[in-house]
Structures are given as structure tokens and as C-alpha cells.
Design a protein around this ligand. Structure first.
Ligand code: PHE
Ligand code: ZN
Ligand code: ZN
Ligand code: ZN
Ligand code: CA
Length: 295
């Protein structure tokens, strides 16, 4: 699996910041900064050879958009899907939440194109609208997908906040191995957890589980019985002293003190966390996408 260039991921974040600056300081649902963000993502993928769709929906009297990008080829009956929400809250530019996940999966997709990857499975990437208003874009996608199409999606990987300044390294607890919090994900989620964990193990970074508590776009996929996974570096929660010993950073402070605030700018990014998570995404896409089908 490739080493995703951090500089490229950060260039996408700079572009999203510029878009927010030019559009009233945010990239929120129904605001011009959102459509400009979606257009940037779509145009970049079109130029790289993806087949893209701008899927629109209505919420709260405003039009929202999902960008869906398919990499031609692979088994159409075995789809590996990777997603991130692209909208911000109205309070700020949303660079960690969730420019970070959006930029990291974009660069993983572009790496697929640069390598002219010929995966066994079909790869699809998605940038969701209106997550901040209740997972509206991802719910629209899953709920309007014909049942036969839905059954072809064998895995959904979600990345929401992967560059938190006081980062933790959380992987969704697909098997509920700690028996705490929300239960396990659909069967198959445990494998996605292991694939992501194995990357962090390979670089010597310990991880901890985080629950499928319904706070991001894996929610509609889990509800539809689709195996899900992903990583997360923390939001408004406070880093404990045990977590600071494990990962460094500052105990007693939020993982992201600028969560949902105007200070969630390009200055609100931990480059090391962003770099590791971008590489974890590529590891998962390559591992799951190129795995031989069961014999
Ligand atoms: N989905 C939350 C938001 O966008 C952030 C979050 C992600 C919280 C994952 C918990 C777990 O604001
Ligand atoms: Zn948010
Ligand atoms: Zn988010
Ligand atoms: Zn687990
Ligand atoms: Ca758990």
C-alpha cells in the first residue's frame, strides 16, 4: 500500500479553507461554500478518471449534495465504499471537522488513479452533505439506493475528524470487544476494525476502540446491515491522563478545542495524526480492495 503524501492532503485543506474564506467563513449545508467544496472534489476526481455523480437532496428547504465517485472496474457485486462528510457547521470553516477526512479520502482516491490500480473489488468513494444536520446526505444515499445495489456494498469505511490537534487514535469497535457502549456493528465490521488496527500496529501506534454511537455517517449503513469501520482522532471529549501517556498530547484538554468553532481552521490540524490516518485509509482500501475473493 502507498504512502499518501501529507503535503497533498494539506493542499486540499488549504483549498477548503480558501473556499470558506470566500463564502462567509463556512462550508455549511445550503450555503455557497458547500457547493463550492463539492465542485472542487468532483472536478478533481473527474480529472483523475473517476466516474462521478453529484447527488442532490433537499433538507430544511435547502438543496444538499453528495459527491459519489466510482473507480471503473472491479467486481460490481463486491463494493468497498469509503466516505467522509464534506459539510461544516455554520460557525466555522470545518477544517478538522471534516475537511480532514474529506481531504484524506480524496488523496487516497487520487493515489488509486496515479497507480492505475486494478482492484478485485469495485471501489466507491463518497463525500456527504448535511451530516451536521443529522446525517442527512448519507441517509438519503442509503435510503434511496435500490435494495439490489445496497446488497452489493460489502464494506463502508467512515472518516470524520482525523487530524485533531490533541489527537487520540480511535478505531470503530466493530466487534464490541470491550463490551461497553453501543453493541457490535453488522457481521464483517470486526474484519474492518482489524484491517485498520493492523496499520497502526505496523507503525507502533496503539489504538483504542470507539463506539458506533450514531454520531457520524456510518449510521445509515449500519442500520442497513452493511459492515462498517473507520477511524477518529477525537472531538469535544477530554483526553485523560492515561490517553496522554499512551499517545502524548495534553491531558485534561479536549481532543479538538476548536470543535464546531470558528477556529477550526488549517491551524487546527495535527499533521502527524493526519498523515497516519491518511496512510491507514490507503492501507485499508488497498487491503480490502485487492483481496482475493473467497475460494
Ligand atoms: N460527527 C460528529 C460531528 O461531525 C463528530 C464525531 C465523529 C463525534 C465521530 C463522535 C464520533 O460533529
Ligand atoms: Zn461536526
Ligand atoms: Zn464531523
Ligand atoms: Zn473491537
Ligand atoms: Ca464497545
Amino acid at each position: 500500500p502507498p504512502d499518501i503524501p501529507l503535503a497533498n492532503v494539506k493542499a486540499h485543506l488549504a483549498r477548503l479553507q480558501t473556499i470558506a474564506d470566500a463564502n462567509g467563513g463556512n462550508r455549511a449545508h445550503g450555503r455557497p461554500g458547500y457547493l463550492a467544496s463539492a465542485t472542487y472534489i468532483k472536478d478533481t476526481l473527474d480529472a483523475a478518471g473517476f466516474t462521478t455523480t453529484l447527488q442532490s437532496f433537499t433538507y430544511n428547504g435547502a438543496t444538499g449534495y453528495n459527491v459519489i465517485a466510482d473507480w471503473p472496474g472491479g467486481d460490481p457485486g463486491d463494493v468497498v465504499m469509503t466516505g467522509a462528510h464534506l459539510d461544516s457547521v455554520t460557525a466555522g470553516p470545518g477544517i478538522n471537522d471534516n475537511g480532514s477526512g474529506s481531504a484524506a479520502i480524496l488523496e487516497a482516491a487520487l493515489e488509486v488513479s496515479r497507480q492505475a490500480l486494478r482492484p478485485a473489488k469495485h471501489l466507491r468513494f463518497a463525500w456527504w452533505g448535511a451530516e451536521e444536520l443529522g446525517l442527512r446526505g448519507s441517509r438519503h444515499y442509503v435510503n434511496t439506493l435500490p435494495a439490489a445495489e445496497r446488497a452489493r456494498i460489502k464494506a463502508y469505511l467512515n472518516f470524520d475528524m482525523v487530524g485533531s490537534p490533541n489527537a487520540g487514535y480511535f478505531v470503530y469497535d466493530g466487534d464490541d470487544s470491550d463490551g461497553v457502549g453501543a453493541g457490535p456493528g453488522p457481521a464483517g465490521s470486526a474484519e474492518l476494525e482489524r484491517v485498520l488496527q493492523s496499520y497502526f500496529t505496523s507503525i507502533g501506534v496503539p489504538t483504542r476502540g470507539t463506539d458506533f454511537d450514531g454520531r457520524s455517517d456510518y449510521g445509515p449503513f449500519i442500520s442497513a446491515g452493511i459492515p462498517a469501520g473507520g477511524t477518529f482522532t477525537g472531538a469535544e471529549g477530554t483526553k485523560t491522563s492515561a490517553q496522554a501517556q499512551l499517545w502524548g498530547g495534553t491531558a485534561g484538554q479536549a481532543f479538538d478545542r476548536c470543535y464546531h468553532r470558528s477556529c477550526d481552521t488549517t491551524a487546527n490540524i495535527n499533521d502527524t495524526a493526519l498523515d497516519r490516518n491518511a496512510d491507514a485509509i490507503a492501507h485499508a482500501v488497498w487491503t480490502l480492495g485487492t483481496a482475493a475473493p473467497p475460494q
